[in-house]
Design a binder for this molecule. Sequence first.
Ligand code: ITT
Ligand code: NA
Length: 199
Amino acid sequence: SRLILATRNAGKVSELRAILSDAGLPHELVGADAYPEIPDVKETGVTFAENALLKAHALARATGLPAVADDSGLCVDVLHGAPGIFSARWAGTHGDDKANLDLLLAQLGDIADENRGAHFACAAALALPDGTERVVEGRLLGTLRHTPSGTGGFGYDPILQPQGDTRTCAELTAAEKNAISHRGQAFRALVPFVRALLG
Ligand code: ITT
Ligand code: NA
């Protein structure tokens, strides 16, 4: 049976495919790009969980198939949690990863390492066409570098150094990132609900 991945972010799609197939889910994973006629939902929620549920319900309702969605972002301690749910459009243009990252680095300036704490957050939502929903969250704690490093991943990966590592997320292999990431943790926690509700 089909399970819709309710995202148009290519970085997320590839990570979700790996995380969900590694967890042994038997479903055919179909990206939202397979349904170009379905418009993007407005992310009007004020939390990651609300936005993830909005995205999952929109695709489940429109396709008549179960859908999972991800809402995620970077929360910076010294910025009181910003960019947070605004991470994808922090510099103004939705999905301009380089502009977002450059603006954030400029805002942090030369703030010392001990004040550069941050975490990635991810809410993973499952919605069924009948309105049934589940949502769980994951986090990856770390510190923000002064300059980007690495070419893997997407978004803010080149500046987030996970706690206990000397590399940035963009210097990890895809498997290393998925093993510790906010997205890996959230979706692995969602899998039992997918199994229970979809069989
Ligand atoms: P969809 O809504 O279609 O899923 P999106 O990119 O708009 O795609 P979000 O609103 O959840 O998704 O924004 C997530 C942003 O947070 C993303 O654009 C990155 O800037 C950042 N982000 C999330 N997870 C990340 C990760 O694993 N590594 C680096 N940056 C990440
Ligand atoms: Na969002």
